[in-house]
Design a protein around this ligand. Sequence first.
Ligand SMILES: [Zn+2]
Length: 455
Amino acid sequence: MRQIRIHDTLTNAPRVLEPRDPGKVGIYACGPTVYGRIHVGNARPFVVFSLLKRFLEHEGYEVKLVVNVTDVNDKIYAAAEDRGIGSEELAREMTHGYVADTDGLALGRPDAEPKAAETIGRIVDLIRVLVDQGAAYPAGEGDVYFRVGAFSDYGKLSNRALEDMQQGEDDADRAGIKEAPQDFALWKGRKAGEDTAWPSPWGEGRPGWHIECSAMAEEILGVDFDIHGGGADLIFPHHENEIAQTEAARHKPLARIWMHNGMVRLEGEKMAKSVGNIRLLHEALAAVGRDTLIMYFVSGHYRQPLVYSEDALADARGAVERVRDFALRLDPDAPVPPEAGDYSERFYAALADDFNTPAARAALFDWITEANRRIDAGERIGVGPLHEMLRVLGLENLLDADEKPDDDAVRLLEEREDARRSRDFATADARRDELAGRGWIVRDTPAGPQLVRQR
Ligand SMILES: [Zn+2]
């Protein structure tokens, strides 16, 4: 096995992946809080960790990827109230939306997708351990707070001074209740207007956000698991607090490597015209298709901010077309020159060096340039290592010349036809856009409508 290094936020240095259980890698990546449809930016960790899993599997590891759904949270209560519906109903609706939207990326589902509302027992148990050990205390009307002063390593992930660590959760009106301003809520007593609550030794209430992840991660992966991931915006307070909770309770590290992806930045004025308005994942998928979107994500190093712009998407579209054009020139029966192996070695070496997808992508395109040159000179070239390289980037479908539409695509096409027959053109157009999002173009032929792969 290749040695794999990943930049660890905790030590601020590259760290060699040394799994707790040899040959197996457990990854926990923080998923969405389901109070609205997810943005393109929320899709980035989903793509990064789904592809990291593919790479590690290529390297021979058995990988378990856990991406949670935060379905109990202040933001959900607030958004449900705004819409005049129940918080459970909103969370359910937005969880479905999240699954549908990320299904549109066609990268498969994570191995486990735990929900906070289904983990309450584990959460209460973990809080009880913390209270018993003096690391947490009940206060106010049914709240329980983590005692930051009792955990001497607090701040080690985000490297902040204690006075700079505002928890940002109703700090003002909790000031008189908490022992110290940095203390954060593990359990929140039921408040007026909250329509869900669970029983606990401290009264009816609900968990805080951070303890949900500590409990869900431990339930599925145990402690001291291999990689904890998420967006860089979660380093403080969310991940700092996850570390404090789990380590104070279990006296073991929560995770071995802390891996954070940079944010997606919307580019100012240029964006305003077209894609600028398309910030939701399902809209972006409908507008540019999943191939372009995945190519766009892998064009940037996961740790760097990624600009979401018309130009960046056009580049990605061009790159997708280049691979598709190249695929048509390959001869499935031809051998692959040994030099192809040098490019694929460069490709995997780049991924082993802090999951450098842009460098890997460059190696892949260097091979395409070289192979095109050879084909121009009359050589016949087979697919060889290209398929697996593209698979690791989530783009293996670019090699399929005349792919058959999947069941979902066929169903969407039927719905479009039904809508057209009943002159419901809005629905017909919506179905056509959904198909475009999945990479299918509807071509109306004398023999009826046909689905053609987007080129
Ligand atoms: Zn989390």
